[in-house]
Design a binder for this molecule. Structure first.
Ligand SMILES: Nc1ncnc2c1ncn2[C@@H]1O[C@H](COP(=O)(O)OP(=O)(O)OP(=O)(O)O)[C@@H](O)[C@H]1O
Length: 121
């Protein structure tokens, strides 16, 4: 096994994550939301399975934002001009992010609302 090559692939991946953090406002928003949810989760008190679901939701959102950013760049590389298929490709990728974001909000509500209802009511 080539450890140098293996290690370098981590550097490339870290570069990609740093780039998306600098260039994508949506990704920074998701990082902020993840910090808020993690803090609220610690204050609320979650079970092990609830934490696993939250972690999967948070990292799934990061992953899909990275894929979306990657698709945007590939589209811009292939066609810098306006093209209906370029629009479809970008809008489909953005739609995938939106659907997953809605899913994570629903998951969050399912986990947190029963815990808070005892405190609020
Ligand atoms: N090459 C293109 N041809 C046709 N439509 C495009 C093209 N590039 C972007 N669009 C469309 O224009 C709208 C805005 O695109 P844009 O790339 O600015 O998206 P954005 O969400 O602002 O992304 P960014 O993170 O790059 O700012 C979207 O509906 C997108 O599909």
């Amino acid at each position: 096994m080539n450890f140098r090559k293996f290690f370098r692939s981590f550097i490339y991946a870290a570069n990609g994550i740093c780039h998306v953090l600098k260039s994508e406002q949506n990704f920074r928003f998701h990082v902020f939301a993840a910090i808020v949810v993690t803090t609220v989760g610690m204050l609320t008190g979650l079970s092990q399975i609830e934490w696993i679901i939250i972690v999967l939701s948070i990292f799934g959102m990061f992953m899909i934002e990275l894929v979306n950013a990657s698709i945007e760049r590939i589209v811009d590389l292939v066609t810098p001009e306006l093209h209906p298929l370029a629009k479809q490709a970008k809008d489909l990728a953005a739609g995938a992010c939106l659907i997953y974001a809605i899913c994570t909000v629903i998951v969050g509500l399912i986990i947190f609302i029963p815990k808070w209802s005892g405190i609020i009511l």
